[in-house]
Design a protein around this ligand. Structure first.
Ligand code: SF4
Ligand code: SF4
Length: 106
């Protein structure tokens, strides 16, 4: 018997939400999307979604507006780096803590 050789070798993996746990608990900065710069929000049409494509946690929606599930976002910043419109900023979590607990930390 002659072994068949495969000419179609590929590697594929699909991330799933939460495979690394609720990483939002230890995140130090979070992505914030500016809808005034985000291409699908500005055009009102499904387009771009490069952040969705590159997020290693698969937690960015392909919707208008684009939404990020912060329970699992680990704050890696990849979405910010790949966004062609510079619509995503990484904001220190401390800024949100001071808003939530009402303390003035400045
Ligand atoms: S990559 Fe940037 S412009 Fe494109 S959908 Fe994501 S946030 Fe919007
Ligand atoms: S920072 Fe952006 S790319 Fe990284 S996990 Fe969060 S949403 Fe995904």
């Amino acid at each position: 018997m002659v072994a068949k050789s495969c000419t179609h070798i590929c590697g594929e993996s699909s991330p799933g939400i939460g495979e690394a746990g609720k990483t939002g608990e230890w995140r130090t900065s979070r992505p914030v999307i500016d809808p005034g710069k985000c291409i699908p929000a500005k055009r009102g049409k499904p387009s771009c979604f490069i952040c969705w494509l590159y997020c290693p946690e698969a937690l960015i929606s392909k919707t208008i507006p684009v939404q990020i599930d912060l329970e699992y976002c680990k704050g890696c910043g990849i979405c910010m780096y790949v966004c062609p419109a510079q619509a995503i900023s990484m904001v220190n979590e401390g800024e949100f803590c001071s808003e939530q607990d009402g303390l003035n930390r400045s």
